[in-house]
Design a binder for this molecule. Structure first.
Ligand code: PHE
Length: 380
């Protein structure tokens, strides 16, 4: 009896019938033709059917059907020396074994490939990879909401005021006397054909409206869009956003202003941030000041590089960057809204949103905020 050795102990056997229907009849037929052929097909087809992957399948194919030294090749060695009649029978039997093993090999190859493909196909239990594109809030809206949230925590409510404003609210009741040079600091858009109507140049007119409507104490923030007829460049646009804050009560002091602004500055720039107040004139506050924060880029040193050889380009070497305007509400503003400056005091502050967002994210160009280029917007 011809010996059909298992070439690899890792191969496993499987019934080929499901792969190649008619397998049993083939075995019957080969049994009558020759033992070697019968056993070669029996084992070969079982190993091929049991191959667990394409690599093993190839190994088995080579072992049984390979040109040199395979089971089938070995069966053919003595063939030419056989008598004609026997050679015919054996030759036919070997050809059947070759053909049928090739069929089992092919069937198993297809099954393995199909399985590999389906394992690559979508797994319905996995989370989707391609999500539909959904938008998100504009970077300025994100910064605005973060600041409003912070002031909410300090007890401030939001007051939404109008963008088209009366000169009286934008200027006069904020203690800009008519024809006073302070008005020139605000390059104002006037509404044509409507006397005394302007696009608000700051969000401060909201204080006047809120105080006219309500009695003290007040603790409000005023977010919104503002307009100035500026020459547009990398850091100026003719529309931008501000948030003002106003706190009016009895005995509100400059110390309250300072502690509120310090809390605010450290919340957005980090607890190590230092601040300073520098006197500045605004008609609606007295005293008025600007608050600077230690530059976040050079940590207030004004210098960059290992040994401080370079000047910080952001604060231009000063170590400080300007964050907002502030001050104690001017008594004339209280008088204009019917509050008694002997009874109440208050502080106010105002800041530009674009400036804060640009410093926070190192955005070099203020125009980017309005261009609505998704390559910019999706970065935030
Ligand atoms: N309204 C001022 C401006 O737009 C900013 C400011 C607000 C200054 C509050 C002082 C107090 O320039």
């Amino acid at each position: 009896m011809a010996e059909i050795p298992a070439i690899e102990p890792t191969w496993s056997e499987e019934d080929p019938e499901p792969l190649v229907p008619g397998h049993a009849q083939r075995l019957e037929e080969l049994k009558g033709l020759g033992e070697a052929e019968y056993f070669t097909y029996l084992k070969g087809s079982r190993y091929l059917a049991g191959a667990r992957d394409l690599r093993v399948l190839q190994e088995i194919h080579t072992a049984f059907l390979g040109r040199a030294n395979s089971h089938v090749a070995r069966m053919m060695i003595g063939l030419p020396r056989l008598p004609v009649e026997e050679r015919k029978i054996r030759g036919r039997a070997i050809n059947l074994v070759k053909k049928w093993l090739a069929e089992v090999h092919e069937a198993r190859r297809r099954a393995l490939e199909a399985a590999a493909e389906s394992s690559l196909a979508a797994d319905a239990t996995e989370p989707g990879q391609q999500r539909p594109w959904v938008g998100h809030r504009h970077v300025l809206a994100q910064v605005r909401d973060e600041l409003l949230d912070l002031f909410h925590g300090l007890g401030y409510s939001v007051y939404v005021s109008r963008e088209v404003e009366l000169d009286a609210y934008n200027f006069t009741r904020l203690n800009f006397p008519p024809d006073h040079p302070a008005r020139d600091a605000h390059d104002t858009y006037f509404v044509e054909g409507a006397d005394g109507v302007v696009l608000r140049t700051h969000t401060s007119p909201g204080w006047v409206r809120a105080m006219e409507e309500r009695k003290p104490p007040l603790r409000l923030v005023f977010p919104g869009r503002t307009f100035r007829a500026e020459q547009v460049d990398a850091s100026h646009m003719d529309q931008f956003h501000q948030i003002d804050g106003l706190y009016v009560a009895r005995n509100v002091s400059m110390a309250d202003l300072k502690s509120t602004l310090n809390t605010f500055a450290r919340a957005i720039y980090g607890g190590h941030t230092r601040t300073r107040l520098v006197p500045v004139f605004f008609p609606f506050v007295e005293p008025g000041c600007q608050m600077d924060v230690s530059c976040a880029i050079c940590n207030g040193t004004g210098r960059l590089g290992e040994s401080g050889e370079r000047r910080c380009p952001v604060c231009k070497g000063s170590g400080w960057s300007e964050l907002l305007g502030a001050g104690m509400v001017h008594p004339n503003v209280f008088r204009a809204v019917g509050y008694d400056p002997e009874e109440v005091t208050g502080f106010a502050f105002g800041m530009g949103l674009e400036r804060i967002a640009m410093a926070r994210y190192s955005i070099p160009e203020i125009r980017l905020f309005l261009e609505n280029d998704v390559r910019f917007l999706t970065q935030f």
